[in-house]
Unconditional design. Structure first.
Length: 425
């Protein structure tokens, strides 16, 4: 039998309906198979960073001073001022503290502007890709050029290719190594809120920081007023006043230190908003004396941050997906060791696309060939007469078998020739 190969009957192919039924058992939500380091709560409705526990410390640092002020300091102020005014002095910091915590959750518990990962790298021959030389990767495939140029307000900007997300980052986008996501208009990753600060939550972050600054100045001011009232009432010096109200002294020191920190941060971000920069841009590119292509004037920059509509999230974390195909394969690095969604095979001078499921069938058929070769010639001869019509491998299967190497040593032509010799004997 020259030029012929034989195999046991091919396994039956799954119909489209059967495949859908099989896949239905693997349906999951996007947040359940998310490749970033985020933490999800309430069924994917809230998304936090991996260091979400730091929010507990932040809330503690906000709530405890306000409680100390309301319990130990404000009672003296209520007696010193008119009744309704004294109650207002106590109520304002308590209500303001809840407002600050609300802003904290708006900042930390929402999508900051995550750009979805691409299921495959962009085509190197795209006319938008810069003509940079492609280096060969470890798998023998040409890599995507690391940069390309785009135009922003008439200025040429170079954007970088993200190897993890397999996409060219939009302008002012960066990949956060903590959250493992590309963030649109990336500002920084804030450990105090446990989340990246990006296009969709920068407004709330600034409101959170500035409101915390105002709260600190409020408590600081009225603690000083309380100490002043004690000094006037008892005709004592500052040290004696601190002895009579030690909590006021502790809060003065605490709020003074915190006000310097959050106040400085607020001032810095006011400057960034006026010049339409991000923290990442300011520290990396230093636009001083250079042309900032994003700066449209102080008024327009403020409008862009505070009065422009917040874009909707590009991710539906509660959407149902196929874990094995739609999400996991799109997020895994493309290498020869990992099965891809599709494969291009050379068959008689014609390229043929093979889907992932069909590729599994091909692998099972190739494995059956390996079992056949091990079974020896005795079984082959006994079944030759009844299964001749099913045992002949089609040219397509022959090409597929030649394309993929078998792990058990069943290589391209050597094993086939041995099998033919056994048949001819």
């Amino acid at each position: 039998m020259q030029g012929k190969l034989f195999a046991p009957p091919l396994p039956p192919k799954l119909s489209d309906s059967n495949r859908r039924n099989e896949a239905s058992g693997q349906m999951k939500r996007v947040y359940q198979v998310w490749k970033g380091n985020n933490r999800f709560f309430l069924g994917g409705r809230l998304i936090f960073g991996p260091d979400v526990r730091s929010m507990v410390l932040t809330i503690f640092l906000i709530i405890v001073p306000v409680l100390l002020f309301a319990v130990f300091v404000s009672q003296r102020l209520v007696n010193e001022f008119q009744h309704h005014l004294g109650e207002l002095i106590v109520g304002i910091p308590v209500g303001f503290a809840f407002y600050v915590i609300f802003l904290l959750f708006l900042t930390s518990g929402r999508d900051p502007g995550i750009i979805p990962r691409s299921p495959h790298p962009p085509e190197p021959e795209d006319d938008q890709v810069s003509n940079l030389s492609c280096t060969a990767s470890h798998g023998g495939l040409s890599s995507v050029p690391p940069f390309k140029d785009v135009i922003v307000n008439g200025v040429q900007i170079r954007v970088k290719y993200c190897q993890t997300c397999m996409l060219y980052r939009p302008p002012r986008c960066s990949h956060c190594s903590i959250c493992n996501n590309c963030i649109e208009r990336f500002d920084h990753h804030c450990p105090w809120v446990g989340q990246c600060i990006g296009k969709r939550n920068y407004r709330f972050f600034f409101m959170f920081v500035s409101s915390t600054t105002l709260l600190c100045f409020y408590v600081l001011t009225f603690c000083c007023v309380s100490l002043k009232k004690i000094m006037l009432t008892y005709e004592c010096n500052l040290w004696e006043a601190l002895m009579k109200s030690p909590v006021s002294g502790i809060l003065v020191i605490y709020t003074f230190v915190v006000a310097w920190f959050v106040g400085g941060l607020t001032s810095f971000h006011i400057y960034l908003i006026c010049t339409n920069q991000t923290t990442y841009q300011n520290f990396r590119y230093r636009y001083d004396g250079k042309m900032n292509p994003y700066n449209r004037g102080c008024t327009q920059n403020f409008k862009e941050v505070f009065f422009s509509p917040i874009p909707t999230s590009k991710n539906d974390f509660r959407a149902k997906v196929h874990e094995d195909i739609n999400v996991l394969s799109s997020s895994l690095p493309k290498s020869p060791d990992i099965a891809k969604n599709s494969f291009d095979l050379e068959m008689g001078g014609k390229r043929m696309a093979v889907g992932a499921e069909e590729f599994d069938d091909v692998q099972s058929q190739i494995s059956s060939l390996a079992v056949l070769e091990r079974s020896g010639t005795q079984t082959l001869r006994g079944s030759w007469g009844s299964h001749k019509g099913n045992w002949e491998i089609t040219p397509d299967l022959d090409a597929l078998t030649a394309e993929f190497a078998m792990e058990d040593g069943f290589t391209d032509t050597e094993k086939y020739e041995k099998s033919e010799e056994k048949f001819s004997d």
